[in-house]
Design a protein around this ligand. Structure first.
Ligand SMILES: Nc1nc(=O)c2c([nH]1)NC[C@@H]1CN(c3ccc(C(=O)N[C@@H](CCC(=O)O)C(=O)O)cc3)CN21
Ligand SMILES: CC(C)C(=O)C(=O)O
Ligand SMILES: [Mg+2]
Length: 274
């Protein structure tokens, strides 16, 4: 799926079929202009619940609501035409029962036009994933570091090391067996990510996992250097737009105070030019 050869947006089945081929490219987006910027370069775009921490200043993703996801999902949808849109189910919207999960997943998709939902959890969520998939909702799974469980995990730590390795393999196997079309592997040892990638028939999407995964995802504000409150080891900054923005704002402030902005080309004469 090269960026130039794409015509229509891929479907979940196209993403599934990309297993073992050219790595899938993905980023998060929360707004129309960000979605437009990445549309030609990504196979799928995730409206991540990271929006709460990245754009709203929340201390974790636990405070993110359905209403926030719908509003950002609608904004992202307006900026995409050739990438598939996946939307995170927020904390509390899918864990209680598979029926509650279906209702909220259907609401997210109906309101935003997303092609799939993503939810966090392995063995514990397999029954819910199967329930949604059987009723027409494509599901991307997310195992390893699942940020909505930060309070039980005790921080944003590497998952699946040592004795926890087999349980993480079981989580990945369970979501694949349940019918997920792809699975995000977050912050797991590279050798474990490679083992799971070889084991599963569905694509693995790595974030802090391995270059051997079937695809990669990052939070766009992290890779652009726009979000700087913290930087996980797995983040590579491809630009430093936060620094550039601060310098631009400082230049504007200095020009306003020196009365050099606005200049002649930014202001209007009494008469319209002939
Ligand atoms: N900007 C941003 N980027 C993300 O990748 C991201 C979010 N926000 N919000 C939702 C979750 C939370 N995630 C996180 C959050 C923090 C770390 C982090 O600080 N990791 C540190 C070590 C922390 C620890 O060991 O407790 C690191 O160096 O990787 C990693 C992933 C991933 N997601
Ligand atoms: C980091 C990705 C996988 C995510 O779940 C998010 O941005 O919310
Ligand atoms: Mg998320």
């Amino acid at each position: 799926m090269s960026a130039t050869a794409k015509k229509r947006a891929p479907l979940p089945d196209d993403i599934r079929a990309a297993k073992g081929g050219t790595p899938l490219v993905s980023l998060t987006a929360y707004t129309t202009p960000m979605a437009q910027m990445m549309d030609d370069h990504c196979d799928f775009v995730l409206v991540g619940d990271s929006v709460g921490m990245v754009l709203h200043g929340l201390p974790s993703t636990l405070g993110v609501t359905m209403e926030m996801m719908i509003m950002h999902g609608q904004a992202v949808a307006r900026g995409l035409s050739s990438a598939m849109m996946v939307i995170d189910m927020p904390f509390g919207s899918y864990e209680e029962s598979r029926e509650h999960a279906f209702r909220n997943a259907a609401h997210l998709m109906a309101e935003t036009g997303a092609g799939a939902v993503k939810l966090e959890g392995g063995v514990a969520m397999a029954d819910t994933i199967a329930f949604l998939v059987a009723r027409g909702i494509p599901v991307m799974a997310h195992v390893g570091l699942t940020p909505q469980s930060v309070n039980t995990l005790g921080g944003y730590k590497v998952q699946g090391r040592g004795a926890a390795r087999d349980a993480l393999i079981a989580d990945a196997q369970a979501v694949s067996d349940a019918g997920a079309f792809a699975v995000v592997l977050e912050k797991v040892p590279a050798s474990l990510a490679d083992e799971i990638t070889a084991l599963l028939p569905i694509p693995t999407i790595g974030i802090g996992a391995s270059a051997g995964c079937d695809g990669q995802i990052l939070v766009v504000d992290d890779m652009l250097g726009l979000f700087t409150a913290f930087k996980a080891k797995f983040v590579k900054r491809y630009a430093h737009l936060g620094d550039e923005g601060a310098a631009a704002i400082a230049a504007y402030a200095a020009e306003v105070r020196a009365r050099t902005f606005p200049a002649a080309e930014h202001i209007f004469a009494d008469e319209a030019p002939k």
